[in-house]
Design a protein around this ligand. Sequence first.
Ligand code: MF3
Ligand code: CO
Ligand code: CO
Length: 250
Amino acid sequence: MPGRHLIRTEAEIDGIRKAGHLSSEILDMVGEKIGLGITTAEINKWVHEYTVSHGAIPASLDYYGYPASVCTSINEVVCHGIPEDRKLKDGDIINVDVTSILNGFYGDTSRMYIIGEASEEARKLVQVTKECLNIGIEQVKPFNRVGDIAYAIEQHAEKYGFSVVQDFGGHGIGLKFHEDPFIAHYGNKDEGMVLVPNMVFTIEPMLNAGRYQCKVLADEWTAVTVDGSLSAQWEHTVRVTEDGAEILTK
Ligand code: MF3
Ligand code: CO
Ligand code: CO
C-alpha cells in the first residue's frame, strides 16, 4: 500500500484539478493556433504568456535547468524537446507537454498534433498511443496495481507492432512536479504498488514506431529514438476515485 504521503486531501485535489484544467485549456489554445510554418519557439511564447496571464507558473521553466515553458517533441523526438526556431512542416507529428503550477498545485498533460498530411504510419502511431493512454486510465481503480496499467498499455501497443519506451514514465504529482510512484508503461499485471483512493499521478505512454530504445542528445534534454523511428505520447493527470479514475487535466 502507498504511504499516506501519496494520498491527497480533498482540498489538494481541488487545487490540482484547477491547475490541470488550466494546462488542458492551454493545449486547447495551442490546438487552435498550431499549424504549418509555426515554430516551436512561438508555441513556447503562447504557452508562457497564457500561463502567467492566468496567474500560474510554467513548471518546466528552470526545472533542473530546463530552458523553456513547454516541451515540444517532433517526429523522432520521444520527449523533452526544447522549443527552437525550426518551422513545423507538412507531415510532422508533434507532442506539446504543458505543466502549470497554480496556487502551488501541479497539473501535467500533453497531446499530439498532426501538421498537414501525415503518413498512414504516423497517424496510426498517434491514434494507438492515445488509445494506450485511455486503456491505461481504464485500469485505474482501487486495489488494482500500477503493473495493471503498464501491462494493459504494452499489450495494446504490441498489437499494432509499436514498442513502448522504458526510460521515461508517469509519476506521482500534485504538490511537486515528480513524486512517487513511478508509473511504467510496460511490465506485468498484478505487480507493483496498490492503488488506493485519492492517489494522484500521471499516465503518459510514449510509443515508438520502431524499437523502444532512446538516447538523450548533447543538450542533455532532448530524448530521441535510437533508430530514428517516429515516437508519440499523450498524457493526463488522474486521481484514483472510490471506484475508478477521474481525469484532472480535462
Ligand atoms: N512534463 C514532463 C512530464 O510529463 C516533464 C518535463 S520536465 C522538463 O513529466 F523539464 F523537461 F520540462
Ligand atoms: Co508527466
Ligand atoms: Co508532461
